[in-house]
Design a protein around this ligand. Sequence first.
Ligand code: NDP
Ligand code: GDR
Length: 357
Amino acid sequence: MIFVHKQRGVAFCQLPRRAYTSYKISPITKTALITGINGQDGSYLSELLLENGYRVWGLLRRGSYFNTSRIDHLNENPNFDTLYGDLTDPTSVAGIIQRVKPDEIYNLGAMSYVKASFDIPKYTLETNTIGPLCILEYLRTHAPHIKFYQASSSEIFGATRSKPPFNEHSEFRPQSPYGVSKLAAFHITRNYREGYGLFATSGILFNHESPRRGETFVTRKITRGVAQILKGTSQELGLGNLDAVRDWGHSKDYVKAIHLIMQQEKADEFVVATGNPHSIREAVEFCFGIVGLNWKQYVKIQEKHFRPNEVPYLQGDASKIHALGWKPTYDWKAVLLEMLEHDIRTNGQDPSKYITT
Ligand code: NDP
Ligand code: GDR
């Protein structure tokens, strides 16, 4: 593997270079800065923006090992670069904004695992709330022309007393430090929009998944678990609350909504969801069933996977963004199927040998 360090006076990150890609370079239309660039959404959003002629910069956290597998394929593109920074270090973020002079900032970086937020609540708020607050404060004082997107979440509805499906006017009643951190960031973003006239917007996105989904989230746990059972490297899958209901879409669809939200004349808030709720049990039944396994023989319910507070039911009403022309192209089964095929293939097996659609 060859590593190229681009020295331009700033701490550029060392990413593995792949020697296979030849990119079609379009004239640069805009410059975007994405925090959380190496996450699920950061990687798909980068692809979308590059296709649309953007110069894309990413804020990347330093890790003790390479953590860029989702974006390595973009690294040959001369319109794509990453810089080291951390949302808990506002000086690093300000330095990057000064350096890259973005037209648009997409704040996707977060401590995004709800269950872990009960264990590291202070860190969760520092990253997810103080992080965006510091960006907004920098924009207010130094660069009010830069557009700002905040990655908000359906977790802000929590145990809402509003009737589902939930929209932009439903009650917010978060159930975890993560949900609280995202709700505070949502309100701060609204404050800076209303108080200072910044283009500061939030997308309230419901759960969205993909083959690039982090391994701790339930859908990926299920699809990886099934793939390992098929391969024979595992005999069981430990899960928690199967009764919870989620509204799952595909990350590729949802990053299109994020971009669309940022292209509006006036900053606003939008729910992004499929409107189609299903329980964890249904996801388990589907993923095991489609490869001919009876899930009851493999799934073990384990106390350690339960949370102190649960969000029992999430179903979104995305009518407001539908009016802008956004529609999801994947339903929950299509998302799970793509993930399952990917995980079976990653284990060196042929998905068509098992999947009976
Ligand atoms: P991921 O967990 O895949 O990615 C999170 C990203 O944030 C990673 O790149 C991570 O970097 C980065 N990050 C974490 N802490 C810091 C920090 N202190 N400073 C800088 N970067 C940091 O999440 P998704 O891509 O799925 O989600 C993107 C955003 O959307 C998140 O804010 C999430 O909370 C929110 N969201 C996600 C939904 C979903 O269903 N996927 C739904 C609603 C909202 P590293 O690799 O170093 O950890
Ligand atoms: P969530 O996603 O908490 O909704 O947050 P996750 O996939 O972690 O949990 C969904 C539901 O599944 C139940 N569950 C389990 N969850 C996990 N992770 N592991 C298990 O073993 C398990 N068993 C049952 C959970 O209790 C929960 O009810 C995601 C994240 O991407 C957030 O960042 C984002 O804001 C929200 O979606 C919208």
